[in-house]
Design a protein around this ligand. Structure first.
Ligand code: C2E
Ligand code: MG
Ligand code: MG
Ligand code: MG
Length: 292
């Protein structure tokens, strides 16, 4: 079939590749400009405890594009990673998230909220990452013990020693860690006990499966069990409906997020949401809770 396509087939393929490369290059140029202009916004997805009270939020970046409107991070984070622009973008994200966190500390209703921030592998591996986080904390006055960094399994595969060392030095500052998209990567379970983690976040694909099949349910059940055995909070992601929520609560879920509780909200919509749902105020007894 490939032969039958002949020169035209090859030619077409080349053109398409060229078009892809052009689109990429344009996107990269756009991204650079957007960074200079700060055309980004953070949305915050509330996280709930088992009683429906807000324990914290996850910051999720959006690109405010002049022509395309709000662009999903799924579309530009990979390009930012490839081009290295993620380092600069990540700094901006952390700064904004820490500013929000510091502002919350001023009011007793919000002072206990945690802020989770996604960190790309490339950002984390940057030699000045720890310093930069420290600078941002100093500059904003945010409480490091309210900050959680979400890392993915890709970091565990390569240079595990270096990863642990960096995590340890950030933990010295009081910062906590969550392992994001748990179960979708290739990391070995043995890393779980070596890493200074507080949370594992079950990827939403597993939550979806859990309510659809017995084996799917068994997997999620085992992850909760594993979390309990290792003293880690298991956060359920992508809880979209009552069936999902019933399932995770039945298996001892202490913390979840998803459209059923709330979509990611713009800054302006947060106060009303918090006022409606209440922020968990009780001090958690077990270490590693959603809001320790
Ligand atoms: P993630 O960290 O796993 O974030 C969860 C994603 O699931 C978010 O998508 C969120 O909006 C979406 N979500 C939340 N609840 C539900 C639900 O009930 N159903 C469904 N179907 N989806 C739900 P979003 O905001 O598009 O972000 C996608 C990914 O992009 C994130 O996955 C994260 O890996 C990356 N990302 C987002 N913001 C940042 C950031 O500030 N920095 C970095 N490095 N990566 C980010
Ligand atoms: Mg995340
Ligand atoms: Mg995730
Ligand atoms: Mg992710």
């Amino acid at each position: 079939q490939a032969k039958a396509a002949g020169r035209n087939g090859v030619c077409f393929f080349d053109r398409r590749m060229q078009a892809d490369m052009m689109a990429r290059a344009l996107l990269e140029m756009d991204l650079r400009q957007a960074l200079a202009q700060e055309d980004f916004a953070l949305y915050y997805q509330p996280q709930s405890d088992s009683l429906g009270q807000v324990t914290g939020v996850e910051a999720l970046v959006r690109w405010r594009h002049a022509r395309m409107g709000l662009v999903s991070p799924l579309q530009f984070i990979p390009v930012a990673e490839e081009t290295g622009l993620i380092v600069q973008l990540g700094q901006w994200i952390l700064l904004r998230a820490c500013e929000r966190l510091a502002a919350w500390a001023g009011s007793p209703e919000t002072a206990r909220l945690t802020m989770s921030v996604n960190i790309s592998a490339r950002e984390f591996r940057h030699p000045r990452f720890v310093e930069q986080v420290q600078e941002t904390l100093l500059r904003t006055g945010a409480d490091p013990s309210r900050l959680k960094l979400e890392l993915t399994e890709s970091l565990m595969v390569e240079d595990i020693k270096g990863t642990i060392a960096k995590m340890e030095s950030l933990r010295q500052l009081g910062i906590g860690f969550a392992l994001d998209d748990f179960g979708t990567g290739y990391s070995s379970l043995s890393y779980l006990k070596r890493l200074p983690l507080e949370q594992i976040k079950i990827d939403r694909s597993f939550i979806l499966d859990a309510t659809l099949s017995r084996t799917g349910g068994a997997i999620v059940h085992s992850i909760f069990q594993l979390g309990r055995d290792l003293g880690l909070t298991v956060v359920a992601e992508g809880v979209e409906n009552e069936a999902h929520l019933d399932f995770v609560l039945k298996h001892g879920c202490e913390c979840y997020q998803g459209y059923f509780f709330s979509a990611p909200l713009p800054d302006s919509a947060l106060p009303a949401f918090l006022a409606m749902h209440g922020v968990r105020q009780v001090r958690a007894v077990r270490q590693g809770n959603c809001s320790p």
